[in-house]
Design a protein around this ligand. Structure first.
Ligand code: SF4
Ligand code: SF4
Length: 278
């Protein structure tokens, strides 16, 4: 397998992946979405709430705050060992990171309460962004609660997924028959992604933007002499991931690979125990 980084920012990654089957790549993509654990708030105990926002509304917003989870991964117990404990309202520190909040409305105007106002018990588990608005208060209103975050997986609720986008697509292969091309320019005008240009009276692919091609085949449709053909490269794909910031891209990919390997090992063991494999 060959990997090439096409684009990398702190919160996104575009990879060119060669020499891998679509099924394997899709398995990795789905594991990233639904199996790699992160921390998220799952239980909230309201001590006081005289705001106009329901307890449930505030709890839901708290759950969706991405929390830094890289270190939490080795610090807290896996989700399977903590779900039941939380439901019995026991929050042991090896399962849960605690957040406190006690805020009151101002004498004048409106106070917006942000994710950064939460007081975290564990400095390794804090909101990725401090500027996420949670709710608003005016004079005389007060909110006080304790919130508990635990490790969870995206398959249980999307709030635990380390990515907001995880997609793959084919690598386009655009062939232009220069003998047939009349240089009419219709394909250039039709392309919604501006992939094509005319050079010396012939259509040509702008190599630097080839990966932007959506393979819509509009260029093929408008070419009267059928000089342009769009297909895809076998066993090459583009994987695009957008991260919530809960886990680093590196940690997310390594954990997804480890989880896939473990699943395959377990599958092999089961087959052996059933006598299907020797
Ligand atoms: S539409 Fe066909 S003939 Fe016209 S420039 Fe494009 S490839 Fe060439
Ligand atoms: S397939 Fe669509 S996006 Fe790709 S070059 Fe043709 S018109 Fe442009």
């Amino acid at each position: 397998m060959e990997l090439k980084v096409l684009e990398k920012t702190p919160f996104s990654l575009r990879l060119l992946v060669k020499g891998i089957s679509l099924h394997t790549l899709n398995s990795i993509r789905r594991i990233i979405l639904s199996e790699v654990p992160t921390m998220a708030i799952d239980y909230v105990i309201f001590i006081e709430n005289s705001s106009v926002f329901y307890d449930e509304y505030i709890s839901h917003r708290l759950g969706l705050i991405p929390l830094r989870s890289d270190i939490a991964y080795d610090k807290y117990k896996p989700p399977e060992e903590c779900i039941e404990i939380g439901e019995t309202q026991q929050y042991p520190p090896d399962c849960f990171a605690k957040f406190d909040l006690e805020v009151e409305g101002p004498e004048e105007g409106i106070r917006v309460v942000y994710s950064g106002d939460l007081v975290a018990s564990d400095p390794d588990v804090v909101p990725v962004y401090n500027n996420i608005p949670l709710f608003k208060l005016i004079k005389g209103q007060k909110v006080k609660f304790e919130a508990y975050a635990r490790l969870g997986r995206g398959k249980e609720h999307a709030k635990w997924s380390p990515v907001s986008i995880a997609v793959h697509k084919y690598v386009p292969n655009i062939l232009i028959n220069e003998q047939e091309c009349t240089g009419c320019g219709k394909c250039v005008d039709a392309c919604p992604k501006n992939i094509l240009e005319l050079t010396n009276g012939k259509a040509r692919v702008k190599n630097q933007v080839l990966y932007e091609c959506t393979m819509c085949k509009l260029c093929e449709k408008v070419c009267e002499v059928r000089a342009i053909k769009v297909s895809h490269v076998e066993n090459e794909y583009i994987l695009y991931l957008e991260f919530t910031g809960a886990l680093s891209p590196k940690k997310t990919l390594i954990e997804a690979s480890n989880i896939l390997i473990k699943k395959l090992d377990d599958f092999e063991e089961k087959l052996k125990s059933m006598g299907v494999l020797q």
